[in-house]
Write a protein of this length. Structure first.
Length: 125
């Protein structure tokens, strides 16, 4: 398998990990409410049932970062970053599927247009 395809595989897995971690964090924040800098966020997040989910979200975040670094070692940044920006679609999809958020057609169109514009900025391979 070529370096380009391996790099894209790492890039896609990185996007999935990052999107998954954001979804888990948002689910936690839906339970705790808005967090402040007064230390109450530590107390709100340290309930036994939440610690495991925070650990999973952090593990996904670290895995996503490591996969991102592995993809950057194989792909041009000017290619990888615009492709990674398409994770906005994955995050939106995860928010609908796993968080039950309602996303309007207008929001979907806006998300797709932003991603399309970002990908069009990427240099041709």
């Amino acid at each position: 398998m070529s370096t380009f395809w391996i790099g894209n595989t790492y890039l896609f897995l990185s996007m999935l990990c990052a999107s998954g971690s954001q979804s888990v964090f948002k689910a936690l924040f839906n339970e705790t409410g808005p967090l402040g800098f007064n230390g109450s966020f530590v107390q709100a997040l340290c309930y036994p049932g939440r610690v495991l989910r925070i650990s999973a979200a952090l593990a996904l975040l670290v895995a996503g970062f490591m996969l991102w670094m592995m993809s950057l070692s194989r792909l041009d940044l000017s290619y990888a970053y615009p492709v990674a920006c398409s994770s906005a679609v994955i995050v939106t999809l995860f928010s609908v599927l796993f968080l039950g958020e309602a996303v309007s057609i207008r929001s979907w169109c806006g998300t797709v247009l932003i991603v399309l514009g970002t990908v069009l900025l990427a240099p041709a391979r």
